[in-house]
Design a protein around this ligand. Structure first.
Ligand code: APR
Length: 231
């Protein structure tokens, strides 16, 4: 295995599945229970903000009760103990990487944060958001969860793309590879000369693009993968 100094890791809902949080596209997942256009688009929020708040209030409550699993713990250990650099990028909004002691770049935002639709001020979200919430800075109503919806630009993209250009190893953990720009990260890393590995319960839409695929539940595969990197 070539010298690895800079690792970029992308996580998706699959890393939190064994913490009891539903994924989106697995059997019975969130998108089988709710229509994306109703709860995860700006148009859906404009049409029925109370419905969107109910959806995210339920997810915020679940995430608050969830605990990290061995996969989250292993990534925190990797960040703490790896001699090189580890950038952990997550599509998840559940805060479990932070609960495990890791630092994550939240490209799809965070359930624990609120965003003012009028002045773009951000603050720590209350456990239950509602249509009557007002912005602490400008006083306007219309506050929304600070979560990136379909049709919106993910956060921190410049920083993420820079890291992909210079990394030696890119790993995608628990993501179906169906949503861009995250699904395209493996190609960016490969073009930059990085080795690429996918850790997933099953094949994803992007499995073909990876050098290696480690099949199995993240709580088993990620600790073993981290042990090898730290050996
Ligand atoms: N261990 C490892 N992988 C798992 C596990 C597990 N225990 N359980 C499920 N998976 C894998 C599935 O095989 C699938 O590839 O996790 C992936 C979950 O895919 P999605 O539900 O599509 O979640 P994700 O890829 O994170 O979705 C990306 O889509 O809806 C938007 O913004 C939302 O961030 C989300 C984005």
């Amino acid at each position: 295995m070539r010298q690895v100094d800079r690792i970029v890791i992308l996580t998706g809902a699959g890393i939190s599945a064994e913490s009891g949080l539903g994924t989106f596209r697995d059997e019975g997942g969130l998108w089988a229970q709710h229509r994306i256009e109703d709860v995860a688009t700006p148009e859906g929020f404009a049409r029925d903000p109370a419905r969107v708040h109910r959806f995210y209030n339920a997810r915020r409550e679940q995430a608050a009760k969830a605990t990290p699993n061995p996969a989250h713990d292993a990534l925190a250990r990797l960040q703490a103990d790896f001699r090189g650099e580890v950038m952990l990028v997550t599509q998840n909004v559940d805060g479990l990487h932070e609960k495990a002691g890791a630092t994550a770049v939240h490209m799809h935002g965070e359930l624990s944060r609120a965003l003012c639709a009028a002045c773009a001020h951000r603050w720590d979200a209350p456990s239950e958001m509602s249509v009557t919430d007002t912005c602490p800075k400008c006083g306007m109503t219309g506050a929304r969860p600070d979560v990136v919806w379909f049709g919106e630009m993910p956060y921190h993209m410049e920083r993420i793309l820079d890291a992909l250009q210079t990394c030696d190893l890119f790993a995608a953990i628990g993501t179906s590879g169906q949503v861009y720009p995250a699904a395209g990260f493996v190609e960016e890393a490969r073009l930059a000369g990085a080795a690429t590995v996918e850790l997933n319960l099953a094949d994803s839409d992007m499995t073909h693009a990876f050098d290696d695929h480690v099949a199995g539940p993240a709580s088993r595969t990620v600790p073993l993968w981290v042990d090898r990197l730290l050996a």
